[in-house]
Design a protein around this ligand. Structure first.
Ligand SMILES: *Cc1c(COP(=O)(O)O)cnc(C)c1O
Length: 463
């Protein structure tokens, strides 16, 4: 006679066992519950496959503790960004739209990546993204690579390897992570011809440099993370484009942030829409995927079709190619941009958050204060105050423009603000804040309103 399958204990009983084994103390109840659910699913699958004696045994518990060593143990885990900097490079830059997350997850298994589903023949993995890039920027063609740092390397290498590149001295920028324009040009195998002075460069400087037949391209670079003000000058892009056309030398513009939608948002007044640079006659324009576009890390190149093809066929392009999940996320983000300005501002979290005014953030800060005051009481030495904040776009966009917002200032009469901030970072869902006036400042700008309850949980845990 067949034995009955062993009884599977209830979730509560299993959680109690987790408690006895010290797992709840180490990983928290929620993570234990999730690991148990997954391990139980495996028992059911084994029984369906005919292994009727599968049950809660030593193997099961080994599986539960293995599962807890994966997701709950992740060092690169989700975080709460209460710094007020929307595109915070150290917190992963642009927060993705839900569509991008879903698209990346769907592409993580077998996916229509480098295959044509009509013919069944080999296809191009970036075909959709390249087409959408052209569509949303008004350019003839597009090409995605690993990041924007790579686009400049690729463009200079493909167009000017063994020849010369003209750059204005005021645009010889250094971007975070020791990315310096002169060194990038050198690494691409080209020779840099620096023209003009720190503060001024004239059209005639470019004209003089273009007399040299060894010049293979003119590179302009958006001064992302700084501003030169006062006695300054640089030629209009359209007049420089005309000059380059006369000489038959391509004009490449490294735009960095690259606005597709949101050019009227506060703080973005001085950022250049990609479309304007194309209209002004730039032959190639490059920008990042995880800055104002609002998607995954990527370097995007748009411009004249023959030049884009020249870059595409360069060996470096293969070295700099994107993963299928990044391409899927990018395609989703670009599809949102094809829906127009309003959809982009609503669906792309980076743009939504840059667009928040103090009027939207202040009531959220007030509600957080009311709720947090129950745990962090004045009689226990806590002080809570809603204040006006100055946030930033981040990632080198609009480096000196403030975004007027609101936040909650938290302090305690004996605990040091640095210690409070550290305690907030140490949580399972780490909360990153700013220190201002000796207190912890939670700026609500870069927090999804749905996560305000997580801010409350974090603050309450300080009590
Ligand atoms: C940000 C930036 C880069 C680097 O882009 P990544 O996508 O971070 O590689 C290059 N050039 C400019 C002008 C930038 O603003």
């Amino acid at each position: 006679m067949a034995e009955n399958p062993p009884r599977i204990p209830s979730m509560n009983e299993l959680l109690n066992t987790c408690e006895e084994r010290g797992l709840v103390e180490r990983w928290g109840r929620e993570s234990c519950g999730a690991a148990l659910t997954q391990a139980l699913e495996q028992i059911r699958a084994r029984r369906r496959a005919g292994e009727l004696q599968a049950g809660v045994d030593d193997d099961f518990w080994r599986r539960v503790s293995d599962l807890l060593e994966i997701l709950p143990a992740m060092e690169m885990c989700a975080a709460l960004n209460a710094t007020g900097v929307v595109l915070h490079t150290n917190l992963g830059r642009a927060p993705w739209p839900a569509e991008a997350r879903d698209a990346a997850a769907l592409a993580s298994g077998a996916a229509v990546c480098e295959i044509d589903r009509v013919t069944g023949q080999r296809g191009r993995r970036d075909a959709a993204v390249s087409r959408l890039l052209a569509q949303v920027t008004g350019a003839e063609a597009g090409l995605p690579v690993n990041n924007n740092a790579a686009t400049v390397l690729l463009a200079v290498a493909a167009l000017a390897r063994g020849r010369k590149v003209v750059v204005a001295r005021q645009e010889l920028v250094e971007i975070g992570g020791s990315y310096r324009m002169p060194e990038v040009i050198e690494a691409a195998g080209a020779e840099m011809v620096a023209i003009g002075t720190t503060n001024r460069v004239h059209l005639k400087d470019f004209a003089a440099a273009l007399q040299d037949p060894a010049v293979a391209c003119v590179l302009r670079v958006h001064p992302s993370n700084f501003r030169i003000v006062g006695f300054t000058k640089a030629p209009e892009m359209s007049e420089l484009a005309e000059l380059c056309r006369e000489h038959g030398v391509p004009l490449v513009y490294d735009l960095g942030s690259g606005v597709i939608h949101g050019e009227d948002l506060p703080g973005l007044e001085l950022e250049h829409p990609v479309r304007h640079s194309i209209d002004a006659g730039c032959d190639l324009v490059t920008f990042s995927g995880d800055k104002l576009l609002g998607g995954p890390q990527a370097g995007l190149i748009v411009g004249a079709a023959p030049l884009v093809e020249k870059l595409r066929s360069d060996m470096l392009t293969r070295c700099l190619r994107l993963d299928k999940t990044m391409l899927a996320a990018l395609e989703a983000v670009l599809r949102i941009h094809t829906l127009g300005e309003q959809a982009a501002r609503e669906r792309i979290p980076g743009l939504t958050r840059i667009g928040y005014g103090a009027a939207e953030l202040e009531p959220r800060a007030q509600a957080l204060l009311q709720a947090a005051a129950k745990a962090l009481t004045a009689s226990d030495g806590w002080s809570l105050q809603v204040i006006a904040t100055k946030g930033r776009v981040g990632s080198g966009a609009s480096p000196v423009e403030d975004l007027e917002g609101a936040g909650l200032l938290v302090s305690h009469h004996t605990h040091h603000a640095d210690d409070l901030a550290q305690a907030l970072r140490a949580r399972a869902l780490p909360l990153f804040t700013r220190i201002q006036d000796g207190a912890v400042l939670l700026d609500l700008r870069a927090i999804d309103p749905a996560d305000d309850s997580e801010l409350l949980a974090a603050l309450s845990s300080l009590a």
